[in-house]
Every structure is written in structure tokens, then in C-alpha cells.
Ligand binder design. Structure first.
Ligand SMILES: [Fe+2]
Ligand SMILES: [Fe+2]
Ligand SMILES: [Fe+2]
Ligand SMILES: [Fe+2]
Length: 432
């Protein structure tokens, strides 16, 4: 459908009662894992919609325009409250964290496979292996602190094992900056894909920053600090793919279009009847926002919105198991690193003067929390917490051998030999 021709709900009818804003949460025990990932992602999408409109008004001196934007911004904020507060009170911070990394892995894999721009796709695949490793590190603590089988949350849809080791994710932030797309040549699919992923990564960063202190275990707090910092790098990496020459009204249009597409995709896929109704209602609201953004672009810039977002909907957040795709990227790209010229390199091609070595040496000088997580799990259970088919599990030591930089290693790094020992001990029965 051409969404620009749809009417949606008019802005003046979008204010809701407090009773309607705060809905009953889903049930931790029987929610489908991909219902939870949709809820986590849409919270991030709404937070981005809200914060972008604050940036917009701070740069605009047009009072009429600003009045319109702040009123829509309040709607975004109310939507964000509804969506985020669907989380049940008995879903722990670590449960939710596993959900966040499941979003990152399965969403990024979906986007990469549907991304028409090769450089953007390569960047998605690069980030994918880092979030995949985060999931593995957090799973160690979810078991140790809360006795959680990762599959209570992941429901066997996403594997848990070593990826590109987290201690190697810390870069000189300058080399995270990517080459931007050209706003006049790029497909609307690319624009929506990137903004969707930025929203998810930014939300992940914010969640870790706001919740990492909520455990009394210092090693776990340090792990949240370490991974929160990587998510900050991920936001840098993805947001710099956007053409900085887009006007603010053009960006507004892309934001509203991204919201419409994501709610449509959620509505289409949702299995929970109550959430499906929310996605449908919010999609209709977003079509109302999109109408306003399209009118503003025509009025202030005399531009045709179709030139920017095209005439077809994008599907930016279809969730399904991506084990096969992720395994393929893992086996082929575990030794990939960021070059200093907005490019990618293999570990053995990096110069000894590579700028990120300095950052890694400094941050891991007292030990890497992401290595400590595995050390503690191994001490308690004899091996790491990992869930995948046996063939893949037995490749962990080989993956580590290829994926770990020899330089700037944390003093507490779990060795390849130790992983070879893990290979000989089957995972705990409950992980099967
Ligand atoms: Fe919204
Ligand atoms: Fe992550
Ligand atoms: Fe991430
Ligand atoms: Fe919106």
C-alpha cells in the first residue's frame, strides 16, 4: 500500500486517558519470545521519535511549526510509556537483557539479509557478531545469579555461544564512524533499516546505563559497564551511515515513515491478540503523524515526499530464528575488525600501530568483565553456559583461536585450551 494516501487517526484525536496509556503487561511465563522482542524494539523506536523531536525544536525558531511538533512529541511519549510498560514486574533485569540481545541478533540478521546497499549490509553483519557475543556473556550471569536457563527467555530461537570476543569490541571511537549514504540515491529501504537499528541499539545502551547498577555483584556491574560502552560504539557506527545533509523536515518524514513500517510489521506478525490491537492502533496514529510530516515538507521545502520514502511499505522488523545465517557470518567473519579508513580488515592485516589497541590495553588493564563472566561460570559448573547444536558448540575453541586478537589481551582472558576442555564436557542437561 502507498501509505501516503492513507488517512490514519488525526492528531487531535490521539490524546488518550491514563487508564488507556497504562495497559496490563504480558505474562513472563507464556509470552512468545518474539512478542517480547517486538515490544523491546518498539520502545526504542518511540524513544528515538521523542528525542528526535526535542532536537528538532531546539534548532527551530518557527513558532507555528514548533507548536505542531511538541504536540506530536507528547503523543510519541505516551506511546513509549504504553509500550515499555507492557514489561511484567517479575521479568528481571537479566531476563530483559537477554531479550535485548536477542532483538539485536535476530533483528540485525533480518535487516542484513534485506539490505540493498552492500556497505550498509557489511556494517550490519559486523555489529551482529558483537551483539551475539554479548548474549553469550550475559547468559553466564543469568545462570549464575538467577539460575536462569537462557532458553526460558530465548525459547531455542537464538544460539548462545562465543562470537567476536567482547574484549575486542572496544575501539578508538573515531574509527567506528562509517561512510554515509547519499540521500538522493539511496533506497527508502536502507533509510528505514538504519533508523530502525539505531533505535534498537540506542535503547539497549540506555537500558544498560540505567539498570546495570541494579545487581549487588561487582563483576556483573562491570560487565554492564563494558557492554553499555560497546552499545555506545554501535550507535556511533550506525548513525554515521545516515547522510548528514538531510534537512530536519526530511528526517522527520523518515522517522514517521519508519514508525509506520515497524508498527505495520509488528501488527502483521503478532500472535498475542492484545498486543496486535495496540500495534494496529499505533500504526493508525503514525499514519496521522506521517501526513503532517508530508504536508510540512511540501509547504516549507516544496518537495514531494514520495521522492524520499517511495510508495511502498518496508518490513524492517520481522523476527524469526536466524541460527543458520548467524552461524554462517560467525564462521566467516569472526576475525574481522574496523580499519582506520571507514573500511574492514582481518586481524592479521592490522598494523601494530592500530589505534584501537591502545583503547583495549587501557580498558582491560585490570581484566575484562566479559572474560570474568565465563571464568566464574566455568568455576561453578565446569564449563561455560552455551546453547547450540553439538557440532557448533564443539567449534568454540577454533572460533576463539581465529577471533581473538593476540595483541592487547586482557590478563584474565579465558584461553583456547580452556575452551578445548569445555568442548569435552557436554552442556548442562537443562540447556538442551
Ligand atoms: Fe510514535
Ligand atoms: Fe549488544
Ligand atoms: Fe549492539
Ligand atoms: Fe510518530
Amino acid at each position: 500500500m502507498n501509505v501516503l494516501k492513507e488517512k490514519g487517526i488525526p492528531i487531535e484525536k490521539q490524546i488518550r486517558t491514563w487508564h488507556d496509556i497504562v495497559k496490563r503487561p504480558y505474562n513472563r511465563m507464556d509470552v512468545d519470545c518474539y512478542t517480547r522482542t517486538r515490544q523491546i524494539l518498539m520502545n526504542g523506536i518511540e524513544t528515538e521519535a521523542w528525542s528526535f523531536k526535542h532536537c528538532f525544536v531546539r534548532k527551530s525558531s518557527d513558532m507555528d511549526l514548533n507548536k505542531l511538533i511538541v504536540n506530536i512529541r507528547r503523543i510519541e511519549d505516551m506511546q513509549q510509556t504504553t509500550v515499555n510498560w507492557l514489561s511484567p514486574v517479575n521479568q528481571t533485569v537479566l531476563d530483559t537483557t537477554l531479550g535485548y540481545e536477542q532483538v539485536a541478533v535476530d533483528l540485525t540478521a533480518w535487516l542484513a539479509q534485506n539490505e540493498p546497499d552492500d556497505y550498509v549490509k557489511e556494517t550490519f553483519n559486523f555489529g551482529l557478531l558483537e551483539d551475539f557475543d554479548h548474549l553469550y556473556r550475559y547468559a553466564q550471569f543469568a545462570y549464575l545469579i538467577e539460575e536462569t536457563n537462557p532458553n526460558e527467555i530465548l525459547q531455542n530461537k537464538t544460539d548462545v555461544l562465543i562470537g567476536r570476543p567482547t574484549q575486542n569490541h572496544h575501539n578508538d571511537n573515531g574509527i567506528r564512524i562509517r561512510k554515509p549514504y547519499d540521500k538522493d540515491k539511496t533506497s527508502p529501504v536502507t533509510k528505514v533499516n538504519i533508523l530502525t537499528l539505531i533505535s534498537g541499539e540506542q535503547q539497549t545502551h540506555n537500558y544498560y546505563a540505567e539498570h546495570g547498577f541494579m545487581y549487588g555483584n561487582t563483576d556483573l556491574k562491570r560487565l554492564y559497564a563494558e557492554i553499555c560502552d560497546v552499545e555506545e560504539e554501535h550507535v556511533t557506527m550506525y548513525e554515521t551511515l545516515i547522510d548528514p545533509n538531510e534537512s530536519m523536515l526530511e528526517k522527520l518524514l523518515i522517522h514517521e515513515f519508519t514508525e509506520v513500517c515497524n508498527y505495520y510489521n509488528c501488527y502483521k506478525d503478532e500472535t498475542d491478540e492484545k498486543l496486535k490491537m495496540i500495534w494496529e492502533e499505533f500504526m493508525q496514529m503514525e499514519i496521522g503523524h506521517l501526513q503532517v510530516a508530508a504536508d510540512l515538507l511540501q509547504k516549507y521545502e516544496k518537495r514531494d515526499p514520495e521522492e524520499i520514502i517511495g510508495t511502498e511499505l518496508v518490513l524492517p522488523c520481522h523476527f524469526e530464528s536466524q541460527k543458520e545465517y548467524v552461524t554462517n557470518i560467525l564462521e566467516n567473519e569472526v576475525d574481522k575488525r574496523l580499519g582506520e579508513k571507514e573500511n574492514y580488515m582481518k586481524i592479521n592485516e592490522l598494523p601494530s600501530s592500530w589505534v584501537s589497541y591502545k583503547v583495549q590495553e587501557k580498558t582491560a588493564a585490570d581484566g575484562a568483565p566479559s572474560e570474568q563472566a565465563v571464568k566464574l561460570a566455568a568455576k561453578s559448573t565446569g564449563r561455560d553456559i552455551a546453547c547450540a547444536d553439538e557440532k557448533l558448540l564443539k567449534k568454540q575453541s577454533e572460533l576463539l583461536e581465529r577471533g581473538l586478537e593476540k595483541e592487547a589481551q586482557a590478563p584474565n582472558t579465558v584461553s583456547t585450551d580452556k575452551y578445548k576442555k569445555f568442548d569435552k564436557i557436554l552442556p548442562l542437561n537443562f540447556l538442551k
